[in-house]
Design a binder for this molecule. Structure first.
Ligand code: HEC
Ligand code: HEC
Length: 246
């Protein structure tokens, strides 16, 4: 190598090092901090690549609980991830649009997973234990939930059931007075029986109220790479029928 050629190489290396050391220096995008999952979502070509990479990851890490088709497995009490309803919402409280980063948060930290940042603001309390509600109250409020869900109900119990729902039972506080559920805490939309995770017949509803429910989705931080979590988030969001969480 000639001296001048060697000088050029050294100078080039020094420039590259200087660029690396300078915060915000313009480097080719491949060497940048990875793009945010929302930026990938917004770019059709990158989104398609992520979706493709996410599919086998979903089969490997999620399908055992969520089903190979992501539509939920009754025995695992998992929601249908492809329907138009989200149990948990997101950060965007102006448009109620769920973003890939909201799903990434759920995958990273889980739901009631034990991770300190898990989605865990509320569980369904066991209201039949410790006599919070007596058996008559449970029976009446069960009829009221059947009514809210559009199923056949015992009309003679509705006045008492409603009183419990909107009063002592505290149901309205977590599920709203209308029964719509609250995406901030992941409470069930009681008006849509198809979305119930634990069954929507009389026996199942009474059991949910009596013994409580607290579904768990594991935290994948540290088990999957950030890139894998991004690909999975985009795969899940792309399959959903609705990007609105309300
Ligand atoms: C502290 C908040 C809270 C209160 C109070 C509460 N719920 Fe819930 N409820 C939840 C949450 C959160 C879930 C979802 C649990 C899960 O996904 O595992 C839930 C789930 C349920 C379910 C099961 C739905 C399914 O997916 O199968 C029923 C039924 C239900 N609640 C009815 C009631 C009724 C009736 C009352 C009042 C007597 C009540 N809840 C009070 C938070 C609450
Ligand atoms: C061990 C079983 C299990 C595994 C494995 C699992 N999940 Fe879950 N997941 C659940 C359960 C149960 C729920 C419902 C939690 C509740 O009751 O609120 C859930 C809920 C979710 C939700 C919330 C959906 C909504 O409507 O808001 C998302 C998103 C999700 N899981 C994604 C994933 C992804 C992606 C993977 C794989 C990386 C995964 N989960 C792996 C059990 C699992």
């Amino acid at each position: 190598m000639s001296v001048s050629r060697a000088m050029t190489v050294v100078a080039g290396a020094a420039l590259a090092l200087a660029a690396l050391a300078t915060p915000g220096a313009a480097l080719p995008s491949r060497h940048h901090t990875p793009r945010s999952v929302d930026a990938i979502w917004a770019d059709p070509a990158a989104r398609a690549r992520a979706q493709q990479a996410g599919a086998p990851l979903f089969q490997k890490h999620c399908a055992q609980c969520h089903g190979a088709d992501a539509r939920g497995l009754a025995g695992h009490h998992t929601p249908d991830l492809t329907d138009d309803r989200w149990l948990f919402g997101g950060e965007d409280i102006d448009t109620f649009l769920i973003r890939a980063s909201d799903i990434a948060f759920t995958i990273r930290h889980g739901i009631r997973s034990g991770d300190p940042r898990a989605r865990n603001l509320a569980v369904m309390p066991a209201l039949g234990v410790g006599h919070s509600l007596d058996p008559d109250e449970v029976a009446a409020v069960t009829e009221y939930v059947l009514k809210l869900s559009g199923q056949p109900f015992d009309a003679t119990q509705i006045a008492a059931g409603r009183e419990t729902f909107e009063g002592e039972g505290g149901c309205y506080d977590c599920h709203t007075v209308q029964g719509w559920g609250d995406a901030a805490i992941g409470s069930t939309d009681l008006t849509r029986p198809a979305t119930y995770l634990y069954g929507h017949d009389r026996t199942a509803i009474a059991a949910s109220i009596t013994q409580g429910r607290a579904g768990v989705s594991p935290a994948f931080a540290g088990k999957l790479t950030p890139a894998e979590i991004r690909d999975l988030s985009i795969y899940v969001l792309a399959r959903a029928k609705s990007r609105k969480y309300i």
